[in-house]
Design a protein around this ligand. Structure first.
Ligand code: PEP
Length: 256
């Protein structure tokens, strides 16, 4: 049985005060649960690097809410100006890290090989990687969605082995749905999630059954329930809607 998970990617947004307030509101909401019952879904928040310590000070000791970073270096230490290592993230309270977000791939030239080495670095510090995969609109329109997503997965499987998915969560995020207000229909998303699970199962059935596959791309309170009801969608990676505590909490409740 896979526990649903909802992760908020705050991207380059907010201030110290904004972070404190948002994390407090989310923590209170998570503690209050889903109305008459505790929240079933795990919750992760990923603020900008510089506010991770402030966020951790609020969530420390609260069950059901974890801290994540939006990126990391694939190096352990040394002359890499401006970079942050997996150990440093772990040191300030992170348990998760997003790797290979489409914005990193498109705007900062991250290749699938670099993504795999970042996952390796994350695992070596005990962090759970949230691996983002997804096709562009051009890929989708030319019918190559599965080829593109398959290659993104294979880069990790071939380099780190299928066993690396024991500590990896996958986020399927069609690039054309991120921040655009366009969402894949639940059926479209489920089709790709099923493909992803099938790709893992080809190498290891039990890893495939236990790996959580999140959907990301303009998830909002009004579409979350239907998306999360699909068999292979185990929660969401949320951008814009994670910056409003009320919306984010509603999405968390929709996940279980
Ligand atoms: C994201 O950036 O991971 C994302 C899913 O963004 P949004 O929810 O704003 O589409």
């Amino acid at each position: 049985m896979r526990q649903p998970l909802v992760a908020g990617n705050w991207k380059l947004n907010g201030s110290r005060e904004f972070t404190r307030q948002l994390i407090e509101d989310i923590t209170v909401g998570v503690s209050a649960g889903g109305g008459s019952r505790p929240l079933q879904a795990g919750v992760v928040v990923c603020p900008p690097y510089v506010y991770l310590g402030d966020a951790y000070a609020v969530i420390d000791g609260h069950d059901g809410i974890g801290l994540g970073a939006q990126n990391l270096s694939d190096h352990e230490s040394g002359a890499f100006t401006g970079e942050i290592s997996a150990e440093m993230l772990s040191d300030v309270g992170c348990r998760y890290v997003i790797v290979g977000h489409s914005e990193r791939r498109a705007l900062y030239g991250e290749t699938s090989a670099l993504v795999a080495s970042k996952i390796k670095a994350a695992h070596s510090a005990g962090l759970v990687a949230i691996l983002c995969v997804g096709e562009t609109l051009e890929d989708r329109e030319s019918g190559t969605t599965e080829k593109v997503v398959g290659e993104q997965l294979d880069a990790v499987i071939n380099s780190l082995g299928i066993g690396s998915f024991a500590e990896t969560i996958i986020a399927y995020e069609p690039v054309w749905a991120i921040g655009t207000g366009k969402t894949a229909t639940p059926a479209e998303a489920q089709k790709v999630h099923e493909f992803i699970r099938g790709r893992l199962a080809a190498d290891d059935e039990s890893i495939a059954l236990s790996t959580r596959i999140l959907y990301g791309g303009s998830v909002k309170p009004d579409n979350a329930g239907e998306l999360f009801s699909k068999a292979d969608i185990d929660g969401g990676l949320i951008g814009g809607a994670s910056l409003k505590a009320g919306d984010f909490l509603e999405i968390c409740r929709a996940a279980g």
